[in-house]
Design a protein around this ligand. Structure first.
Ligand code: BTN
Length: 237
């Protein structure tokens, strides 16, 4: 993938700035005034300390039913970056990136459907790199620097990230992407832990797998394998 990188001091949201640009466009901002997270949340990131970056893709080779594969590939690319810097990371389903029990990166993918395939996708990544202090209202943030004590060069991390993203995206395009790797990298995968249902009921279960549709399979206390869609189950932290 040939990336066309544009740097901005300030944008509303890099996802909005990159939307409409050609495949391979990359927008990086020192500051977002309206950075967006999943579920309508805001994404807060200290100016110039982290990466807030979005890329434009045209994954027309993916059918609508396969869109979760893009999410998997992007999550694994972020894990690849952390691995390259010697940091062990996991994917908290569906696509938060965790170091230990804390969130180091978030991903917001916005897809435009064209007929039966994905026409365009905007992939936004917020990766906490050098930030040391976080607002108290954030539940469990961490940065690469907090994890290792090392201060990183943002341009180097960006280069590593775009390299990893290119490799994972091309493996998707070539049809040789392995979704097993995503399942193997899951935070709490195979470990009994506590979850909550939307009505507040809690239960202890074990993550066993993820389907191509993105459904999470949890082994319930009685041994039943139950499938959950996004928002149908929450991790109790
Ligand atoms: C989440 O975990 O809630 C997803 C966070 C995604 C944040 C990134 S930062 C770059 C891009 N621009 C945005 O407005 N959001 C994404």
């Amino acid at each position: 993938m040939k990336w066309q990188i544009e740097h901005f001091d300030e944008v509303d949201s890099t996802n909005d700035t990159v939307r409409g640009r050609a495949e391979g466009a990359v927008v990086v901002a020192r500051r977002q005034t309206a950075g967006r997270g999943q579920r309508g949340n805001r994404w807060c990131s200290a100016e110039g300390e982290n990466l807030t970056v979005s890329v434009a893709l045209e994954p027309v080779f993916l059918g609508v039913a396969q869109q979760f594969l893009l999410s998997e590939a992007v999550a694994l690319a972020v894990v690849d970056v952390l691995t390259e810097y010697g940091i062990e990371a996991a994917v908290k389903w569906p696509n938060d990136i965790y170091v230990g029990d804390r969130k180091v990166a978030g991903i917001l993918i916005e897809n435009d459907i064209r007929g039966s395939v994905l026409g365009r996708s905007v992939v936004g990544i917020g990766l906490n790199i050098n930030q040391l202090d976080f607002p108290v209202e954030l539940p469990n943030p961490v940065s690469m620097r907090v994890a290792t004590g090392v201060e990183y060069n943002l341009d180097d991390v960006l280069t590593t990230l775009l390299g990893a993203l290119g490799v994972r995206y091309e493996s998707l395009a070539d049809g040789c992407f392995s979704d097993r790797e995503y399942a193997d990298r899951l935070y709490r995968g195979g470990i009994r832990a506590r979850y909550a249902l939307p009505d507040g009921t809690q239960f202890d279960g074990t993550i066993r797998d993820v389907l191509d549709t993105g459904e999470l399979i949890i082994e319930m206390p009685g041994g039943e394998m139950r499938h959950f869609l996004f928002k149908e189950v929450e991790f109790v932290m």
